[in-house]
Design a protein around this ligand. Structure first.
Ligand code: NDP
Length: 240
């Protein structure tokens, strides 16, 4: 019997790409979503539909998931992973950067949930894994707007988990510390970027995205009556 469809947003690099490899190796059909379609297609994963979608586009996210469900059946798991981190100090940072982070990190996650939750509730089964951050639990210098978006991911995940706990649908939040990906590269403040790289080196480097993918798989693979509510994981030497 074929395994349930897994939808992964932000699958073109980093944690999303590693998660796509992990679920594919476990035999799941996949829907991969991000803006860089070529990157996702290059993985060459079997039983995988890749669609170039901006997660801030509510209708496009819904349409892509409907298309995948027609091909592979109902979504068993949604991994809301797409995100951007534009670090800065709010007195000097371009407000457009806050808006981008709010749109992708918060609206994007809500768009994904909106597209799958009604069906999951109806079927009485399904798992939604939202990727937050240690920056969704505590503050860091230069992270104010990013932390605001990740605290929001923690809050909305727990809120919806409580609301649907009687329906068979599970919500989990995964909160990584520093992971070796492209995430920092989009920050426009070169001084902040250099400081972050230095700190990463000082603590002996980041963890690999496949470690986070393993944590996501662990949450998903629990029996249906077990909900992993939160996993926090970081390099051992990351103090904060
Ligand atoms: P990457 O930059 O490597 O990956 C981010 C992914 O999000 C890319 O696939 C990118 O695809 C996608 N994305 C960005 N904007 C959009 C958009 N508007 N629509 C669709 N997809 C989008 O970074 P990570 O793998 O590190 O990031 C994944 C998640 O992990 C993020 O939510 C991040 O906040 C979180 N995280 C990362 C940590 C780290 O240290 N790396 C630590 C804690 C949490 P594309 O550009 O092709 O659209």
């Amino acid at each position: 019997m074929s395994k349930p469809l897994v939808v992964i947003t932000g699958a073109s690099s980093g944690i999303g790409a590693a998660t796509a490899q992990a679920f594919s190796a476990a035999g799941h059909p996949l829907l991969l979503l991000s803006r860089r379609l070529d990157r996702m297609e290059q993985f060459g994963l079997p039983e995988t539909l890749c669609i170039g979608v901006d997660v801030t586009d509510t209708a496009a996210v819904k349409a892509a998931i409907e298309q995948a469900e027609t091909q592979y059946g109902p979504v068993g798991c949604l991994v809301n992973n797409a995100g951007v981190m534009l670090l800065g100090q709010v007195d000097v940072q371009d407000p457009a950067e806050w808006q981008t982070m709010l749109n992708v990190n918060v609206m994007g996650v809500l768009n994904g949930i909106h597209a799958v939750l009604a069906g999951m509730k109806q079927r009485g089964a399904g798992t939604i894994v939202n990727i937050s951050s240690v920056a969704g639990r505590k503050t860091f210098p230069d992270h104010a707007a990013y932390c605001a978006t990740k605290f929001a991911v923690h809050a909305l995940t727990e809120n919806i988990r409580e609301e649907v706990s009687g329906t068979g649908v599970r919500l989990a939040v995964i909160a990584p510390g520093v992971v070796e990906t492209e995430l920092l590269s989009h920050t426009t403040d070169e001084g902040i970027k250099a400081g972050y790289q230095e700190w990463k080196q000082d603590i002996g480097g980041a963890i690999g995205p496949e470690v986070v993918a393993d944590a996501i798989m662990f949450a998903y693979n629990q029996p249906p009556n077990v909900c992993i509510r939160e996993i926090v994981l970081a390099p051992t030497s990351q103090q904060a």
